[in-house]
Design a protein around this ligand. Sequence first.
Ligand code: AP5
Length: 224
Amino acid sequence: MEVASVLRVLLVGPPGAGKGTQAALLASAAAVPHLSTGEMFRQAVAHGTPTGERVRALLDQGALVSDDVTVGVVREQLSSADCERGFVLDGFPRTIPQALALDEMLLDLGLVLDAAVALTVPREVLVARLTGRRVCPQCGGVYQLAGGSPGVEAACPRCGTVLVTRDDDRPEVQARRLEVYWRETAPLLEYYARDGRLVAVDGDQPVEKVASSLKAAIDGRMRR
Ligand code: AP5
């Protein structure tokens, strides 16, 4: 993938849409940080930090962390030197107040968002992907079990650790997360469409095809 000198995008989509997968590929190709609020919160929980203690139960239930806490975490990252050449935001913003706060942050920093990318995937595919997802507790690798059959534990191809199911991929929590997405996050599509920042990408294709569609969709919007 051709590397832009500056890239500032965010990925929005329901749980299992492939935000994390695509954000990692895009950020690595453009050599900018991949900022996943979900991953930041999971790390905080794993390390028992004060933020982790505050958000643990919310993540377990598939509920959203408060806008205040989330915006605070992102503000810290965006104002760091690491993000000078851009960023790929994954899972933020997730509510209209978060989107407003992001626009304010960018204005304060004198930055412009290149695009808000919406990944669209049918519900039955999302459920199959969440059910089949396994993650490596050691190196953070994310994988998909063929056929999505639960209970078949495999080893991480990168480090050999036994893969696990993410706590919030339990069926009852999946359903709650999907419901929260449609209620709290889907209105962002209209928010970003209104001023032409939204680009939609078909996320129901093989990973590499989604990546090339995404690149084609944002090419030309990147500042060089
Ligand atoms: P977060 O980690 O952001 O979870 P999510 O939005 O529910 O998204 P997922 O990680 O489930 O899915 P994804 O779209 O990244 O898909 P992935 O690439 O992994 O947030 C977790 C929690 O943190 C939230 O519930 C909330 O509590 C809190 N939180 C986070 N941000 C917040 C915010 N801004 N405000 C408040 N609270 C916040 O792919 C899924 C699976 O499919 C994987 O197995 C992958 O290998 C596979 N896959 C990916 N693409 C494809 C493809 N094209 N074809 C086949 N398989 C694929």
